[in-house]
Design a protein around this ligand. Sequence first.
Ligand SMILES: *[C@@H]1O[C@H](CO)[C@@H](O)[C@H](O)[C@H]1NC(C)=O
Ligand SMILES: *[C@@H]1O[C@H](CO)[C@@H](O)[C@H](O)[C@H]1NC(C)=O
Ligand SMILES: *[C@@H]1O[C@H](CO)[C@@H](O)[C@H](O)[C@H]1NC(C)=O
Ligand SMILES: *[C@@H]1O[C@H](CO)[C@@H](O)[C@H](O)[C@H]1NC(C)=O
Ligand SMILES: *[C@@H]1O[C@H](CO)[C@@H](O)[C@H](O)[C@H]1NC(C)=O
Length: 261
Amino acid sequence: MAFDWEDIFSFETLKIIRVIDLRLGILYRCLQLLIAIYILYEIIRNQRYLKMEPPVPAAIRISLKAPNSITTPYYCNGTMPCAFWDASDIQYPSDGTNFAFFTTRASILHYPNQPGCNTLRVSSPADHCFFKPTNNNVTILPNSYIADIEDYTVMIEHSIRGEATSIAIRNGVMDGELVSYNGTTIRKITNATRMASNPYAAGDIFTVQEILTAAGANLDAPSTANSANKTAGETYRSSGIVIAIIIEYKNVALKIFTSSN
Ligand SMILES: *[C@@H]1O[C@H](CO)[C@@H](O)[C@H](O)[C@H]1NC(C)=O
Ligand SMILES: *[C@@H]1O[C@H](CO)[C@@H](O)[C@H](O)[C@H]1NC(C)=O
Ligand SMILES: *[C@@H]1O[C@H](CO)[C@@H](O)[C@H](O)[C@H]1NC(C)=O
Ligand SMILES: *[C@@H]1O[C@H](CO)[C@@H](O)[C@H](O)[C@H]1NC(C)=O
Ligand SMILES: *[C@@H]1O[C@H](CO)[C@@H](O)[C@H](O)[C@H]1NC(C)=O
């Protein structure tokens, strides 16, 4: 077969037809318009023209304060007595960065050296001076509940900053809300509510009870902890409970048109 030069330099192309039909034409333009509106709406509504980034969480500080008047709660009349403690005794460790431990039950024992012994200078485990908890102990506080822990207030301070932008902001100037485990709002926080409760507070203040309510927890409910004595109906107040608080940040949409009057 002969080599066809014309075939090599030939190419394919599309043929466009113009449809002159009023009904199809109207439908076509309407669909085009809808797509254009959708794209513009997406850009304006979600502010796609702005540069956005997830915030970088910074330090969190948690501190406890005793209520103005401590009441004697009903559980002090039960199987265990109550101890009335100040906030600095209840919170441990006292700096409370990122997590806080609040005491709900305590017992304190002191282990003095046995007469004639120094437990730090024992050269053999067989030595009768070797430290054993049963050897010598003095009860400073018997097993007790910490009274009125639900009414103590917790102040939570936290802040965020951007990585690309240098915007840094603390929660003391943010609006927010305490949302429970099932999505219901327990309390809304604005500058006005913050000023009303304590104008000098650096963070958000909740009572321990509010945090328990938000977590759907009740300290007097039987504990599900592995170490809890279930036959004796040991409560969360006795066994302890871990509550994780998730802080979510959301920016409000930028107001392009501000009204002033
Ligand atoms: C505790 O019990 C005593 C007597 O048994 C009673 O007088 C007192 O009101 C009770 N306190 C509480 C807080 O229930
Ligand atoms: C304290 O000492 C007594 C005997 O002196 C002992 O029965 C008890 O178990 C000790 N307590 C602890 C917590 O070790
Ligand atoms: C919060 O309210 C107080 C008192 O009304 C006001 O002085 C302060 O400027 C407000 N702060 C912010 C961040 O709006
Ligand atoms: C959601 O949780 C709150 C606080 O614990 C409670 O008062 C409310 O009844 C719950 N709502 C539902 C629908 O479970
Ligand atoms: C649980 O409590 C009951 C009643 O007070 C007691 O008899 C039992 O020894 C306890 N069990 C454990 C594992 O401590």
